[in-house]
Ligand binder design. Structure first.
Ligand code: HEC
Length: 113
């Protein structure tokens, strides 16, 4: 489950068009996140990424949605590599379901509570 061989290609195919280099929507720029180390250094970003892809918010409606497999690849990678290693760091990881009221319908994720 590596970032570089599994997750990065999905971002390149589905997200970089709006989140990299020339266009940077929502202050999310994946073009600078090239290695697992970069990904890890930006660990808080992934929590938001998992939320928006699980909620079906990204890619936006008029774009091809992520396949279930791609979605699962990102979520699994996140849970194994990011969430488990950063548990307890920062407020967001302790109160995963409450920091973004707009998406409170997102089910609380039991493993980091
Ligand atoms: C067609 C352009 C487009 C594509 C493709 C796209 N996004 Fe976005 N994204 C946006 C825009 C515009 C915003 C900021 C406005 C908003 O939140 O709707 C945004 C915001 C975001 C945010 C910040 C949300 C927040 O609440 O802070 C994340 C994370 C994100 N996108 C991830 C992704 C991921 C992951 C992909 C690929 C699976 C992706 N986006 C594909 C246009 C795009």
């Amino acid at each position: 489950m590596g970032f570089e061989d599994k997750v990065r290609p999905i971002l390149e195919k589905n997200c970089l068009e709006c989140h990299g280099g020339k266009k940077v929507k929502g202050k999310v720029d994946f073009s600078k996140i090239l290695t697992e180390k970069d990904a890890d250094a930006n660990f808080e970003l992934w929590e938001t990424v998992v939320e928006v892809i699980e909620a079906g918010e990204m890619p936006p409606e008029d774009k091809t949605p992520l396949s279930e497999e791609d979605q699962k690849t990102i979520v699994d990678w996140y849970q194994i590599r990011i969430a488990s290693e950063h548990r307890g760091e920062g407020d967001r990881f302790q109160t995963a379901s409450s920091f973004r009221p707009g998406v409170s319908q997102y089910p609380a994720v039991a493993f980091w509570i």
